[in-house]
Design a protein around this ligand. Structure first.
Ligand SMILES: C[S@@+](CC[C@H](N)C(=O)[O-])C[C@H]1O[C@@H](n2cnc3c(N)ncnc32)[C@H](O)[C@@H]1O
Length: 258
């Protein structure tokens, strides 16, 4: 079965099997879920700033050439417009990630896969207090994320491959209250990055794995993560999976509609 067919089939299955707020009993989780669903943390002005930046990038016909850091490899000859439409997620999904970030009150926030920095921008708007570290493998794309995030002195953009940067970050002494893995969407690397970062997670930490239905391989990755012993709660929002490390919460695995 092709990836597209797989995605459509799983989307339909998720639609019919996912639950709503009534299934979430813990008050803390309920409030997090409502925040992700209702998206009220960012003001209209902030959402407008994100939309305007997205519009600029989506209309930018400038050439963009780079070496693909992903599994396909090779030289990519494209435009900003095309690469942006391929890498960025819809505004509502970016804001959903930002709503998760609003719940982080210890440590820094780490994003693997900056792309053009528009989700990073939403994260910053949702949480003004935490340092953000974001990693991008393509310097030519990171140049645009620097423009997107030029207003923000508390966000560090690291240019480098995850395989090189993650081990360095894991031993840097930095503690992460949130990790958002949004690049190199394959089972083995995702599990490896998470394992490397495990000792650097804050006592209560949120880990977002994007695109858990991107491929059968990523779906398999999520199936394994659902039984990860270090996280009490695992939430499947279809577009992303959320692992919650919080010993105060009862173990739970839920599929939720957003
Ligand atoms: C899906 S995009 C990130 C989207 C971004 N988080 C957002 O929400 O707008 C993934 C990014 O990760 C980068 N990337 C993929 N594999 C990588 C790797 N192994 N090391 C470093 N960067 C990588 C790609 O260049 C791409 O810009």
């Amino acid at each position: 079965m092709s990836n597209i067919l797989f995605l459509v089939k799983e989307r339909i299955k998720h639609f019919f099997s996912a639950s709503g707020p009534k299934k979430v009993h813990s008050p803390w989780l309920y409030s997090l879920y409502r925040a992700i669903k209702d998206q009220n943390t960012l003001s209209c002005d902030k959402k407008m700033i994100i939309r305007n930046r997205r519009r600029q990038l989506a209309g930018n016909k400038s050439a963009l050439e780079f070496d693909d850091p992903g599994s396909r490899g090779g030289r990519v000859q494209s435009t900003v417009k095309e690469v942006f439409s391929r890498t960025s997620k819809p505004c509502r999904q970016a804001v959903a990630i930002a709503e998760v970030a609003a719940y982080v009150n210890e440590g820094s926030i780490l994003e693997l896969g900056t792309a053009f920095g528009t989700t990073t921008m939403a994260i910053r708007f949702a949480n003004a207090n935490r340092k953000i570290i974001t990693v991008e493998g393509v310097a030519e794309i990171a140049a645009y994320s620097k423009e997107t995030l030029s207003f923000d002195s508390n966000t560090e953009i690291i240019i480098g491959r995850f395989a090189d940067v993650v081990p360095e970050l894991a031993k840097s002494g930095e503690k992460f209250g949130m990790v958002f893995i949004d690049g190199h969407h394959s089972r083995r690397p995702t599990l490896d990055y998470l394992e490397m970062l495990q000792p650097a997670l804050a006592e209560k930490a949120l880990v977002v794995i994007d695109d858990i239905y991107y491929s059968k391989d990523m779906f398999q990755c999520w199936q394994e993560l659902k039984s990860h012993a270090d996280f009490q709660v695992k939430l499947d929002f279809f577009y992303f999976g959320l692992l919650v490390r919080n010993p105060d919460l009862s173990p739970e695995v839920l599929k939720l509609r957003i």
